[in-house]
Write a protein that binds this ligand. Structure first.
Ligand code: ADP
Ligand code: MG
Length: 576
């Protein structure tokens, strides 16, 4: 269904047309007619499905000449960026409807300017709950003319602690009003708000969760402890995305990672809630203009951010919430375009968490080995060739003069070009982290992987046999029996050989742990206890730990990249 099939004014149809929106998205198709009628609506649909237009178009449409100077629509958004973004989009819808004024109010920006704009008279106010409350208290924003209140990303606003602000805003708004709520999830708190503040709402639920995600190729890389930053540098070098987002779970990690990427010559910038508004705006603008290629962000700062043409999303940290995974990877593959999402994991725990995400999202997240030098060289050759082929202007006279001069020196043009290209190729490959020695869970760990011993404070005196120990460990960690090595049982304690790379995870997941009904403690074995703690009474040589797990495909790297490279080629070409 197209926008012009709705009963919308010519001014809006024209504006929407100009934005290049041909067909309506599902949520738009279902909610716009109801909103135009004035109904209360609860809308649930995934990120990237065009919710801003779903509520923004009816909002703009509802305003007439008679509303001059009256605030009739209030839109609440969880973050400054989202408020700014919704404001921008709404202004575009109102482009030909001159009587409509829209104003954004959010924290971290000049209060005076917002007050001035509000005083000058506006119809649609888009803001964060905190700042909106501020203006209400100062009486610079009055709600008595309000006809519509819209809560965008309501669940996120509650997560961010805006519940009180939202409730006081809703109770101060005129009772006769339209209340619209959009949310990705419907927790009970949202239902409570709905019940209390909406009248006979229509529920719209669009089950397009997978649709957005289906267009996104999803891969994960297993990296050794402490090497995620190097792995990310390598991946950025290999795929050279023109525009990509990297997600971290903490502000501090955003800062540290951004600094590390910048130091290795990558055009990266960080985005999180502790930054000043002016700084955040500058970062977003540079990212939109693609002068910053890599945006490193926290979930909250990036929520709902809509930048077109993001090639890839990297999960540096695993998201703390399954829904976040969908939100994150939904930054790429916007509006029906393909995208790629890469997740970095370390250790078994993260491996299992990722499997849980895959089950939840019903997505296929495939393992991919980190590209090595020869993979990267091959990819760079492709992208350099594409880049040079894509240069449209011809070389100017001066350049041909240089070539003539070189020819006099016995360097023909082919050789000259080769020297320049080779310098460029080498500079791009220079200083890349090496991974061959530490590539985990692949060939090599089985024989020669480093192991450590853990000590469990239970032994023969409690009638413990090795299979008890092994069973409890497998149970607690989810690892396979083959992952554990030699087990030595003494009178009052037991030592078990474990892969060093999994040590932290094993300690974490085995405390607490019970063996044969006894609560035990698992610690790093520091040695020497045999002498004081009783003689060794049992030893089982189980060979070296075997970390190869069946979850990993048997295909080797070159096979994987054979499949993968043609796709990259297409994408690289498109970009240049
Ligand atoms: P959501 O709030 O659901 O995450 P947005 O409102 O941010 O999604 O919209 C995502 C992107 O899709 C924006 O770039 C928007 O301009 C674009 N968009 C919205 N509706 C349409 C449409 N009908 N056709 C094409 N693009 C659209
Ligand atoms: Mg949105």
């Amino acid at each position: 269904m197209k926008f012009n099939e709705l009963n919308l004014s010519q001014e809006i149809i024209e504006a929407v047309d100009e934005l290049g929106f041909a067909e309506m998205t599902e949520i738009q198709q279902q909610s716009i007619p109801l909103l135009l009628e004035g109904r209360d609506v609860i809308g649930r649909s995934n990120t990237g499905t065009g919710k801003t237009a779903a509520f923004g178009i009816p909002a703009v449409e509802s305003i007439t000449e008679a509303d001059r100077g009256k605030v009739t629509v209030l839109i609440l958004c969880p973050t400054r960026e989202l408020a700014m973004q919704a404001h921008e989009e709404i202004r575009k819808f109102a482009r030909y409807k001159r009587c409509v004024k829209a104003t954004a109010v959010y924290g971290g920006a000049s209060m005076e300017r917002q007050i001035m704009e509000l005083k000058r008279g506006t119809n649609i106010v888009i803001g964060t709950p905190g700042r909106v409350m501020d203006h209400i208290r100062r009486r610079t924003l009055k709600l008595h003319d309000l006809r519509t209140v819209i809560l965008d990303e309501a669940d996120e606003m509650l997560n961010m602690g805006f519940r009180e602000d939202i409730e006081s805003i809703l109770s101060e708004a005129p009772e006769e009003r339209q209340t619209v709520l959009f949310s990705a999830t419907m927790p009970s708190e949202i239902l409570a708000i709905t019940k209390k503040y909406q009248t006979d709402p229509v529920q719209i639920k669009i089950k397009s969760a997978q649709k957005t995600v289906e267009l996104i190729d999803q891969y994960y890389f297993e990296v050794a402890m402490g090497r995620k930053t190097d792995a990310l540098r390598l991946l950025i070098a290999a795929y050279s995305p023109a525009s990509a987002m990297v997600f971290c779970n903490t502000k501090r990690m955003v800062d540290e990672l951004t600094e590390a990427l910048i130091n290795s010559g990558i055009r990266a910038a960080g985005l999180h809630g502790d930054m000043k508004q002016a700084q955040r705006t500058a970062v977003m603008n540079a990212f939109k203009a693609k002068s910053t290629n890599i945006l490193v962000a926290t979930d909250v700062a990036a929520r709902g951010i809509d930048v077109s043409g993001i090639d890839a999303v990297f999960n540096y940290d695993l998201p703390q919430d399954n829904e976040y995974y969908i939100h994150r990877i939904g930054r790429t593959g916007r509006a029906g375009k393909a995208g790629t999402a890469y997740t970095l994991i370390t250790g078994k725990r993260q491996y299992f968490d990722l499997q849980a995400i895959a089950r939840y999202t019903k997505a296929e997240i495939r393992e991919m080995p980190l590209p090595d030098r020869s993979d990267i060289t091959a990819m760079k050759k492709e992208s350099l060739a594409a880049e040079i082929a894509g240069i449209e202007e011809r070389g100017d006279e001066n350049v041909y003069e240089i070539l003539d001069k070189l020819a006099d020196m016995g360097i023909d043009p082919r050789e000259a070009a080769a020297r320049l290209i080779s310098r460029r190729l080498h500079s791009e490959l220079e200083g890349l982290p090496e991974f061959s020695a530490s590539r985990p869970l692949k060939k090599g760990r089985r024989d020669g992987a480093k192991t450590v011993k853990v000590d469990i404070n239970i032994g023969r005196s409690k009638r413990i046999a090795p299979n008890f120990i092994l069973g409890a460990l497998v149970d607690a960690t989810g690892m396979s029996g083959k992952d554990f090595g030699k087990i030595d049982i003494y009178d009052d304690h037991t030592t078990v050989e474990v892969p060093e790379s999994e040590y932290d995870y094993i300690i974490e997941s085995t405390n607490p742990m019970k063996i044969n009904g006894h609560q035990v403690e698992v610690k790093l074995y520091k040695g020497g206890r045999e002498k004081s703690g009783g003689k060794q009474v049992y030893s089982e040589r189980r060979g070296r730990p075997d970390m190869k797990r069946s979850a990993y495909g048997s295909r080797n790297r070159s096979e994987v990249f054979k499949d993968y490279t043609p796709d990259r080629r297409k994408r690289t070409k498109k970009r240049h």
